[in-house]
Structures are given as C-alpha cells and as structure tokens.
Ligand binder design. Structure first.
Ligand code: NDP
Ligand code: ZN
Length: 352
C-alpha cells in the first residue's frame, strides 16, 4: 500500500509498505477523510519526537472498517468510524488510574505517527477497536467529523484541565484550530468574559463565532498586561494555553491569572529545556495558581459524547475547515499548508 511518510527529520514523501496486520482485538481502516496537524509539523520539521525513518504520518481520520479481529464485538466491515488521535491500551494500569493517554509510558497512548504508522495511508491499524473507535452517526458529515480526532478533544481537554466553571473569566492563548475548540468548550461551560489571543483575522472571526467576547493580539504587546487592563487589574480565573512558547507564554499566563486560578496547557512544547514560571507572580510558590498540562484523552465513550455535540447542533466544526482537497495526491499540499500557516488557514482536510 501507499503511505505519506516522514523519511527523516525535515523530509517527507510517498512510500510503499505492507498493509498492516489485524490482531484479534483490532481493526484495519481505510480513510475517508484525513487532516494534517501542527503536531505532524513539529514531528517532521522540529524533530520533536526524535528521528523517525519511513514512518507514515497522520493521526486525524474518519474511515471505513475493512477488517476486524475475531474478538471485536461492536464493529463490522463497512462501518464508518471516527478514529481518535490517541488510542490507548485499555488494560494498562495507567488506564485504570484514569490516565489512558499515558498507557505504556508517558504520552505513549499517542501511537499513530509516533510509535507506529499513521493514518495517511491506504490502510491503517487501530488497536483495541471496541475501545478506541467510535461509530460515525448518520447525519454527521465525515469531513466535519475529522475535527473530532484531535482538534475537538484537545481543545476541550484544555478547558477540562483549567476546570472552567459558570461565570469564570477565561483567556484562551492561541486560536488555531485547537484553541478555537477551547473557546467553544469554554463558552459551552459558561465562561463570562472570554478573551481569545491570536493575530490572524480568519481565526479571530472564528473565535468570535465560537463565543469569544474579545480578541487580543499578542503582536500588539504583552497579553498579560492587555488582560489586566481589561479586567481592572484583577486578571482571569482560568487560562487555556493552545499556542505560544515555553519561554514567554507561561509567564504571561501566570501573570494574567487570579490567585486560586488554573491554567490548562495543551500546547505541545517541542523545543527548549525549561518552562519559565515567574517566581513573584506565582506568589513566590504560594499563589495557588495551578498549572495542569495534558495530552488529550482517547476512548470510544468520550468520542461518542463529543460527536453527540455535533449531532445535536451544539458544536459546528465545519468552520474550522478552511481548505478542502479531493484526492490523496494532495496530501503534501495540505501538510505544507499546516507548516506554512498562510493567514487564511485554520485547518485543511483531504477527502479520499
Ligand atoms: P496553530 O499553530 O494553528 O495555532 C497557534 C496559535 O497560537 C495561533 O492562534 C497563533 O496566532 C498563536 N500564537 C503564536 N505565537 C503566539 C504567542 N507568542 N503568544 C500568543 N499566541 C501565539 O496550532 P494548533 O491550534 O494546530 O495547535 C496548537 C498546539 O496544540 C500545537 O502546539 C499542537 O502541537 C498542540 N497539540 C496538542 C495536543 C494535545 O493532546 N495536547 C494534540 C494536538 C495538538 P496567529 O497564528 O494568529 O498569529
Ligand atoms: Zn493532531
């Protein structure tokens, strides 16, 4: 079969590989629609997970089941499925402890385009199909549903990590597709003031549509100061970090946060040795300013709940998809868009 792969750091291309083998609990899926991710860009061009050779990229897909293992109960050949980016081992102790994304080691629930071939292929393998796949409901557009693989669960997880409550003032730093889903989730959770930080108009317009009450541009000066100015110096109750960097952004998040507040980070810190936390603004270690960071949870139950938001008109992911391509031959073009981030881009989808 053909797959679009990372050949080595900074290099991608088409390769030929054997079709993956289906274990008794597993499924083999043929993609219907896929999307490249900023994480693919970190992987290839920043070497964020180390060097990988001839590893098929991609972890965001909706597809059709073409084979199931003998012990799979709830999926059959021909079923249309949403494939979460994170596919844990559900029997692992980490999963039993509630942290399935770390089953097999820290972050090891992330398998596609990390430890095994990803979804930019004619066929890909899904471990523990009954626990890791979700049925695509009738009436949900498969292209919109690709946003459920990673963008929705990650953005929503930022809001879970920050524990947004009714009436909280919230700031979402970064409004690419992940941060936009944090904005949508914070609005669903009942945020009062909802600041969204980004510089591109297409993202700012989407953030307002998803419920942001005000857009702040990080290119116009320190965002912590901007938030403090707009809140009478009080700051916000919750911050979600979905963009920025390890040197500057955490300091800004701490500075704009009230004592007792929480930061939920879902941004992938792909470079540098340390995250900088400003001592005094962190209350000299006693400010009750909590920082939580997490990889999105996987799992069928969660995916079924998230797709129910689309089914019931609570969330419209179509707004994230600014570029649509028909045919696998456009895979490279779509990935390069993610790398170059033109000003009109939120997310590309390749429809097969
Ligand atoms: P994008 O690159 O599309 O968006 C990044 C956002 O951050 C943009 O709005 C950008 O603004 C903004 N930004 C850039 N620099 C700064 C800065 N210095 N201060 C404030 N804002 C800034 O990324 P995605 O939305 O695709 O992904 C966000 C992150 O989430 C990535 O690091 C990705 O790897 C990670 N991720 C994490 C997952 C998890 O499970 N935890 C899963 C999937 C992704 P603009 O472009 O408008 O100038
Ligand atoms: Zn992704």
């Amino acid at each position: 079969m053909k797959g679009y792969a990372m050949l080595g750091i900074g290099r991608t291309g088409w390769i030929e590989k054997d079709r993956p083998v289906c274990g008794p609990l597993d499924a083999i899926v043929h993609p219907i629609a896929v999307s490249p991710c900023t994480s693919d860009v970190h992987t290839v061009w920043e070497g964020a997970i180390g060097d990988r050779h001839d590893m098929i990229l991609g972890h965001e897909a909706v597809g059709e089941v073409v084979e199931v293992g003998a012990m799979v109960r709830d999926f059959q050949v021909g079923d249309k499925v949403i494939v979460p980016a994170i596919t844990p081992d559900w029997g692992a102790l980490a999963s039993q402890a509630g942290y399935s994304m770390h089953s097999g080691g820290m972050l090891a629930g992330w398998k596609f385009s990390n430890f095994k071939d990803g979804v930019f292929a004619e066929y890909f393998h899904v471990n523990e199909a009954d626990a890791n796949l979700a049925h695509l409901p009738e009436g949900v557009n498969p292209v919109d549903a690709v946003m459920l693989s990673d963008m929705v669960p990650t953005g929503f997880h930022g809001v879970e990590l920050a524990d947004v409550q009714f009436g909280d003032d919230v700031c979402v730093i970064g409004i690419g597709p992940v941060g936009l889903m944090s904005v949508a989730a914070a609005a669903l959770r009942g945020a009062a003031k909802l600041f969204a930080v980004g510089s591109r108009k297409v993202c700012a317009d989407a953030a307002l549509a998803y419920g942001a009450t005000e857009i702040l541009n990080y290119r116009n000066g320190d965002i912590a100061q901007q938030v403090l100015d707009k809140t009478g110096g009080r700051g916000v109750d919750r911050v979600i970090i979905a963009g920025g960097n390890a040197e500057e952004t955490f300091g800004q998040a701490i500075r704009m946060l009230k004592p007792g507040g929480r930061i939920g980070n879902v941004n992938y810190l792909g470079s540098g040795d340390n995250v900088l936390i400003p001592r005094a603004e962190w209350g000299c270690g006693m400010g009750h300013k909590t920082i939580a960071g997490g990889l999105m949870p996987g799992g069928r139950l969660r995916m079924e709940k998230l797709v129910a938001l689309l089914e019931n008109g609570r969330l419209d992911t179509s707004r994230l998809i600014t570029h649509r391509f028909n045919g696998f031959e456009h895979m490279e073009e779509a990935l390069m868009l993610m790398k170059d981030k033109p000003r009109d881009l939120i997310k590309p989808v390749v429809i097969l």
